[in-house]
Design a protein around this ligand. Structure first.
Ligand SMILES: Nc1nc2c(ncn2[C@@H]2O[C@H](COP(=O)(O)OP(=O)(O)OP(=O)(O)O)[C@@H](O)[C@H]2O)c(=O)[nH]1
Ligand SMILES: [Mg+2]
Ligand SMILES: [Zn+2]
Length: 288
């Protein structure tokens, strides 16, 4: 479903229907009663009569039911920032968007460096997160990526200069995005994508290229238990001695034991502790 000036464009099979919103759905006077990405039911006379429950929704751009968040990095130039990768993962779990990792520019890596990279990324397999090692420049892994994103709504995020616009240009032909040289000295891209884009994929599906998905601001996590829930590898680990265990210094902690046994990645656990400290100091303690 797409919305342009009061009309809603509903795609069904291979047809697009120009629709209006049934009065009862407008009742709320709210801008999010029917948004891009919604799955809707339409009547014979082209009214939207029902909006299905959403699996997620984001604002700026206002889009619902995003299937994947691609978190993109480059193998080199710039190097992968793992802290940033973990923050983007945290954000995708918070917004309930399934994350996918892309490492682009693997043409710049030696076979040894590719092996090291796979090693560093192995924690993703434990989280059931798929990753793609690709090169836009040498056309490596692009077809597999295309097949994976077909018919899905995919948002792209990641630091500047990793080749997001370059990849997106390969996947869609609606509008070409500006790509820039990565500045050697500063290790960041020169031309930054600033505008909001919702682009149709060549084989079906949509891509969203919006700076918001690259943000590394911590989302509005309200307490420690919510933070813990954003670490999927912490679930189903058996019981800690204390049922409100924060998995920090408590005795008989199932999470710490899993870290010792190598079942939970230590870097991920250390990341958890850093974010816990940060949120505790900067947000949760403020009104105590
Ligand atoms: N070697 C190599 N360079 C690449 C590859 N893909 C993109 N680049 C280069 O990387 C630079 C940055 O690419 P962009 O597509 O502009 O990066 P971006 O992620 O969109 O950057 P922002 O819009 O600033 O967020 C450009 O000079 C590209 O030519 C690749 O696979 N290999
Ligand atoms: Mg760009
Ligand atoms: Zn514990």
């Amino acid at each position: 479903m797409n919305k342009i000036q009061g009309f809603y464009y509903v795609k069904s099979d291979n047809n697009v229907y120009e629709c209006k919103l049934r009065g009862i759905l407008k009742r709320k006077e709210s801008k999010d009663n029917c948004v891009v990405g919604d799955i809707v039911e339409i009547s014979e006379d082209n009214y939207i009569i029902n909006v299905e429950k959403r699996k997620n929704i984001v604002d700026r751009p206002l889009v619902a039911n995003i299937d994947y968040l691609v978190i993109q990095f480059a193998g080199k130039d710039p190097d992968i920032d793992y802290e940033r990768l973990n923050i983007l993962l945290l954000r995708s779990f918070f917004y309930k968007i399934h994350p996918i990792i892309i490492v682009n520019k693997i043409d710049l890596l030696t076979p040894n460096e590719i092996d090291e990279l796979k090693n560093r990324l192995s924690f993703l397999e434990k989280l059931n997160i798929k990753y793609f090692l690709i090169s836009q420049k040498e056309n490596i892994g692009i077809e597999e990526l295309k097949a994976f994103l077909k018919d899905k709504i995919t948002a792209f995020g990641g630091p500047s200069g990793v080749g997001k616009s370059s990849i997106i240009n390969l996947l869609q032909n609606e509008k070409k995005l500006e790509t820039g040289e990565t500045s050697k000295r500063l290790k960041r891209g020169k031309h930054t994508t600033k505008d909001t884009n919702l682009l149709e994929l060549i084989g079906g599906g949509y891509i969203i290229d919006t700076p918001g998905f690259s943000s590394i601001e911590l989302p509005d996590i309200k307490d420690a238990q919510e933070l813990i829930s954003l670490f999927p590898e912490f679930s189903n680990r058996g019981d800690c001695k204390f049922n409100n265990c924060l998995h920090l210094n408590e005795p008989s902690c199932a999470i710490k034991e899993s870290v010792e046994k190598g079942e939970i990645d230590r870097d991920r656990y250390d990341f958890y502790k850093r974010i816990y400290e940060k949120l505790k100091n900067e947000r949760w303690n403020r009104y105590e």
